[in-house]
Each structure stands twice: as structure tokens, then as C-alpha cells.
Design a protein around this ligand. Structure first.
Ligand code: MLT
Length: 279
């Protein structure tokens, strides 16, 4: 791993092919990537990010056991089942459900990564799990800050700086201004005596544009939940259009290869000497 680039807003990605075969980390601390991690941890079957409300409604029509989720201007979309507040995604509500999401920034950044080699979702609630994941891959990564309406947002940049600072420990990584700026913002606004501080992160949220806005429309509790460092140590992976935990995808591919072997076995058993086609 030689470099980890930070894109401080997703508007820097004008063509999704820019991320083709790249390793990508998506950040939308307030609130999309935080909420999606908590929803999966509370038993949601999968998350389907969509680029807009119309697509979400269309996808929901075609899927069983699904819920429409998301926000505009921070509030639940008319006709949707859930907004984007992590507190709404309890086990009773989301267990085994497919959650079809459309949010202002987060889902757009995720969809832009559809051609990526690896794509994971990060926020403060799972940052250490993502650091371990990136270290296990040990290749170059691109961190994408979802931002706010294609503009810079403080909370994503600080989280990106914390990720980079942890990953550059014991390594010499090439750094551009974006990376240097993010690390300094993190040291100033989120670290206390070189340790991530929930209190400082909460103060950062109350200082940030979106944090102030969410508080003004009654979602102050979401700031508390989103500042709980490593409270959900899981790795949400975006692959083939859906977000699931890494283990869920691994479990499915093991299941698939098991079934493959069984089918081959069955075919052999009926003793027909025909060319076995890979099912
Ligand atoms: C987003 O994806 O745009 C944000 O998460 C919006 C929000 O939750 O307020």
C-alpha cells in the first residue's frame, strides 16, 4: 500500500469508470453509512442503494419483504416506510427485510462505486473494523467523502483523516493537500491526547453545518449515536448492487460452492455418462 487518496467531495467523481477496479471506502457519517451499518447489525437482510426516489419505488414494487428508506432535507420521504435516522432501524422493524434506500448524498456516492474492485462503507461506529479490513487487503485505497450536496462537509473529512492517520501508522504514504488537510482536521477536532474522543466528535457534529441542521429538525439523538466510536464493529460491503456485511457475502459464496458440489455429485450418481455441465 503506497497511497490512500481522499476525495473531499463526491462531485470530484465525474465518471464512475474513474473508480473501476479501485478499492473504495465510502463515508457519510451523518448519517447514511452510520444508519446502514446499524440496520444490517440489527438484522436487515440487505440494503439496495438507489440513485433517486423514483428508482427506489420501482425496485420496491419488484421485491418481497422490502421497505422504502431514506430522506430528503434530512426528513423521511413521503410514502417511505423509514427515514434516515439510525434509531428507527431496530431489530423489530428491519429483521430479514430488504431495505431500499435513497438519500441525498450517501446513496449517490455508493452507486458511483459500482465498478470498484472492493467497496466498503465507513463511519465512526465501525472505523476500526474498516482499518483492519484495509490492512488485510494491503493495497491502495480511495476514500470518498459523500459531502453535502456535492460540497465539502466537516464530519466526513474528519473521519477520513482519522482513517488515514490510523492506516499511515508505521507506513510512509504519499500524501497530497487533501490528505494532509484531513489528518490535521482530525487531530484538531476529534483526537484527545492522540486518542479518538467521542466528546470531541460530538462537539464537531454540533459545530458542523449538517449537525446543526439535523439538531434543528429534531434529530439530535442521531449525533449521539453517530459519535459512538466502534459501537458496531462490522464491515458493510457494496457488491453487485447491494450492501451486506462481508460475512454475509462470504457465507453465500460458501453455500453456492457447496450446492455446486452437491449437484455435480447428484449428476454423477444417476450414472449417466454425459458431459457434466457446470450449473
Ligand atoms: C445523506 O445521505 O445525504 C445524508 O445521510 C443525509 C441525512 O441523513 O441527513
Amino acid at each position: 500500500m503506497k497511497r490512500i487518496d481522499i476525495l473531499l467531495t463526491q462531485s470530484l467523481i465525474q465518471d464512475d469508470l474513474v473508480l473501476k477496479d479501485k478499492n473504495v471506502i465510502i463515508l457519510d457519517v451523518l448519517r447514511a453509512t452510520t444508519t446502514m451499518t446499524i440496520a444490517l447489525a440489527n438484522g436487515a437482510k440487505e440494503i439496495i442503494p438507489t440513485e433517486n426516489i423514483a428508482t427506489a419505488v420501482r425496485v420496491a414494487k419488484g421485491s418481497k419483504n422490502s421497505m422504502l428508506c431514506g430522506e430528503r432535507n434530512g426528513k423521511i420521504v413521503d410514502g417511505f416506510n423509514l427515514g434516515n435516522s439510525p434509531g428507527e432501524y431496530t431489530p423489530e422493524v428491519v429483521k430479514d427485510k430488504a431495505l431500499i434506500f435513497s438519500t441525498t448524498n450517501g446513496t449517490l456516492a455508493i452507486i458511483k462505486s459500482k465498478f470498484a474492485k472492493n467497496c466498503v462503507l465507513c463511519s465512526f461506529v465501525n472505523i476500526s473494523a474498516i482499518v483492519d479490513y484495509v490492512n488485510s487487503i494491503n493495497e491502495d485505497f480511495t476514500i470518498i467523502c459523500s459531502g453535502k450536496l456535492n460540497d465539502f462537509c466537516l464530519e466526513d473529512a474528519v473521519c477520513a483523516g482519522m482513517l488515514l492517520s490510523r492506516l499511515s501508522a508505521g507506513r510512509t504514504l504519499e500524501m497530497r493537500d487533501s490528505e494532509i488537510a484531513a489528518i490535521n482536521l482530525c487531530n484538531d477536532l476529534a483526537m484527545l491526547l492522540n486518542v479518538p474522543s467521542k466528546e470531541k466528535i460530538l462537539r464537531l457534529f454540533h459545530m458542523s453545518e449538517h449537525g446543526k441542521y439535523l439538531t434543528s429538525i429534531g434529530f439530535e439523538k442521531d449525533l449521539e449515536i453517530s459519535a459512538e466510536i466502534d459501537s458496531y464493529p462490522f464491515i458493510p460491503v457494496f457488491q453487485s448492487g447491494v450492501v451486506k456485511f462481508k460475512e454475509q457475502f462470504e457465507g453465500e459464496s460458501t453455500q453456492k460452492s457447496k450446492m455446486k458440489r452437491v449437484n455435480i455429485g447428484i449428476k454423477r450418481e444417476d450414472g449417466k455418462k454425459e458431459k457434466i455441465s457446470e450449473s
